[in-house]
Design a protein around this ligand. Structure first.
Ligand SMILES: CC1=C(CCC(=O)O)c2cc3nc(cc4[nH]c(cc5[nH]c(cc1n2)c(C)c5CCC(=O)O)c(CCC(=O)O)c4C)C(CCC(=O)O)=C3C
Ligand SMILES: [Fe+2]
Length: 375
């Protein structure tokens, strides 16, 4: 029998995600929650609403988070790690504030947060930290004793995040017709963000020359492409491209867009493409609509064979990686020496976001970082 694992000082893990509508009546209020104070054009919102209505008003993201919760609980139980796992969202129920209130009622004092975003950026990191601060402020206003909240480091370069991604990509390549397979190009995709956010993503030392967001994605793309070459013997061409752009057209966002990229590839005689959404943790709406619907229709129009590879989702290797990250962080908090696990050229990401990491346009309190107003 294995020794029980110990996550002290932590007494709970909180899965913190985006949230999504669960039926047609939820779509408009959900989009209002997402875009409150963010200046997204009305036209774009109508369009995005249609994406959800196309799927019955249901985002797949909630079921994927339920599957991830199951995978985490199963993995923890199998390894004798007695750590309760909770779930709260930024934009739809179960709402973060309600979950945190429930955690306080259950007596949780040291909470470790797993956000469903693997990379540094305002949208993928600080915005979640702002939501945590907002939830803590609400609970403080209710006179509750606040738990201490920490956030797990970015896991984009953890083998448990990368291995399922590589396997999915190999599967998609194998699924292409044989005559075009060897010549297939890999389009690694992630969410486009404003250039200004990309340039200031990550700690200050990364700002300016593209920022941590692009650097981290390029590191993953290179690693995955290298591994595919080692395993297949084929050197596929690849590029990091972007999807799901919103915001006003005159504001520069990361480019090229996947659809423009497909057109360009077709024009230069590339025989097939695999789209690999390395920027996302699960097959949620951005993947189902922007890649599987829109970009796939574009490829069909061009007569370009295309496949889309799977995201990690609730893969048991990802759940195991989260367990390892939890134990790694617990050891660090206890002052024990640990060797953080990370592949690629960048090394393990910081445990505590430094002051000025992924700044917001308008500064707001953010928890679980060096500038947190909550210890
Ligand atoms: C970096 C990043 C991630 C990856 C990291 C992470 O996963 O957190 C991500 C994930 C997601 N984004 C999602 C949905 C939306 N994002 C929007 C808007 C925006 N996203 C942005 C960035 C990101 N977004 C940005 C810079 C905006 C512009 C407005 C702003 O500055 O805040 C809008 C408004 C309409 C639109 O413009 O599209 C929606 C509906 C969903 C849920 C999907 C589902 O329901 O299955 C998920 C997982
Ligand atoms: Fe988004």
């Amino acid at each position: 029998m294995r020794d029980a694992l110990d996550a002290t000082p932590y007494d709970a893990l909180l899965l913190l995600s985006f949230g999504g509508p669960e039926g047609p009546d939820d779509v408009v209020p959900f989009l209002e929650n997402v875009t409150r104070g963010r200046g997204i054009p009305k036209e774009r919102l109508k369009e995005v609403g249609q994406h959800y209505f196309l799927f019955g008003g249901v985002s797949p993201i909630n079921d994927q988070n339920r599957a991830l919760l199951d995978a985490l609980r199963k993995d923890f139980a199998e390894h004798g790690l007695d750590l309760p796992v909770y779930w709260g969202n930024r934009n739809w129920g179960p709402y973060l504030t309600d979950t945190l209130r429930e955690m306080v009622a259950d007596g949780r004092r040291r909470v470790l947060v797993l956000a469903t975003s693997a990379y540094a950026s305002y949208s993928g990191c600080r915005q979640y930290r702002e939501d945590l601060a907002g939830a803590l402020a609400t609970l403080e206003g209710e006179g509750l004793e606040l738990p201490r909240v920490d956030k797990l480091r970015h896991y984009f370069n953890h083998p448990g995040f990368l291995e399922p991604m590589i396997e999915g990509l190999l599967k998609s390549l194998a699924d292409l017709p044989e005559d075009v397979r060897a010549g297939a190009h890999i389009a690694f995709t992630t969410h486009s963000i404003p250039n200004a956010s990309a340039d200031t993503s990550g700690p200050a030392e990364d700002h300016g020359d593209g920022g941590a967001y692009v650097k981290q994605h390029l590191d993953v793309a290179r690693l995955v492409a290298d591994t595919v070459r080692e395993r297949t013997g084929i050197d596929h061409s690849w590029r990091l491209v972007y999807q799901s752009r919103s915001g006003a057209p005159h504001i520069p966002w990361l480019e090229p867009d996947i659809c423009d990229h497909l057109e360009e590839l077709h024009g230069s005689g590339v025989p097939a493409v695999v789209m690999a959404p390395i920027g996302f943790v699960s097959d949620h709406m951005e993947v189902l609509y922007d890649l599987d619907t829109e970009a796939t229709a574009k490829a069909e129009e061009l007569g370009l064979p295309v496949r889309r590879s799977a995201t990690v989702g609730a893969d048991p290797r990802f759940a195991a990686a989260i367990r390892e990250l939890v134990l790694e962080r617990a050891a660090a908090e206890n002052g024990r020496a640990v060797t953080p696990c990370a592949l690629g050229a960048l090394g393990p990401s910081h445990n505590l976001c430094p002051v000025g990491c992924c700044p917001a346009r308008a500064p707001k309190p953010a928890a679980a970082g060096a500038d947190s107003p909550y210890a």
